[in-house]
Write a protein that binds this ligand. Sequence first.
Ligand code: UD1
Length: 345
Amino acid sequence: MKVLVTGGTGFIGSHAVVSLIEAGMKPIIVDNFDNSLPSVLENLKAITQTTVPFYKIDCNDQEAVNEVFETEKDIEGVIHFAAHKAVGESVINPLKYYQNNIGSLIVILKMMKKHQTPHLVFSSSCTVYGQPDQLPVTEHSPIIPAQSPYGNTKQICEEVIRDTVKSAQTEQDDFQLNAILLRYFNPIGAHLSGHIGELPLGVPNNLVPYIIQTAAGIREKLTIFGKDYNTPDGTCVRDYIHVMDLADAHVKALQLLVNKKQTNNTCEVFNIGTGKGNSVQELVQTFEKVNNLKLNYEFGNRRPGDVEQIYASVAKANQELGWQAQRSLEEGLRDAWNWQQKLMK
Ligand code: UD1
């Protein structure tokens, strides 16, 4: 099965490409290297011994996307990762986010319709829940107005997909579309080989990239944002999921879509996390322990827009997707550090 992977050289996308190949699927990558490097393609080859077809295009460029569909002919599924993801930048430059994240999804959906491609897996985020009243969050927990344009784009994209699936149900339209929206919690880690991992360009915004760059001496000190939250140790709580587990969830999602062919035009949502919350301080301490090193860190002010705590209910993913996280927090933090060390060699 040919699967178009937009943003396939990015952090989650590249790991998903590995999982797809391992599952016997045929990924085709499109990426514009906006937040990734061409070297990822070589590194994917080192892991998979496969040369993955690649197109350097922007998903907002409808003609270019159309050409990929025409060249490849029988693309059956799309995993749409390509998007901007820096929460802070989205507040400063909202139009960049609305245009890119929503615009590219619209192009992808139009081309799926034109070329009769029936299966879509979309990268959504737990950010759609904001700060939930009840934990763990289930897929039925309320969606609250997002704190950032980035979060808004995820909510809006989910609606765009739902409406498009609904429209495909009408009798006048013979377009078949099935979609799965995966709401990711916090991805960490890297491929066990150390060939691919998270490669933020510039100063990292996310916790684990900042930690490994501090451990590597690239950053002087990690600041833990806030020590006065209403959590066991006063620092924020998140659900940290190994990127390879997250990658595997995409394979399961595609398999479910393909197997459910008889019930066309459905849109399902799944939380993809471990079901367990860990505080920022716990994460730092675990990093130190598994990698046998000391991290230079201090406590600072809260970061505006951060939610206090969130972790997933993964019952639906367990039951309906047949998926659950296999890798521990320790493995995620060991693999992330292994990746950073390899980068420096
Ligand atoms: C955010 C988004 C999420 C998005 C993800 C990827 C929200 C609520 N969440 O996750 O949707 O998918 O970014 O870009 O918008 N921290 C520190 N020091 C640091 C960096 C982070 O203490 O230098 C803390 C944060 O305060 C937070 C935790 O680490 O409590 C995780 O932060 P981060 O990795 O940035 O992810 P989220 O903000 O949870």
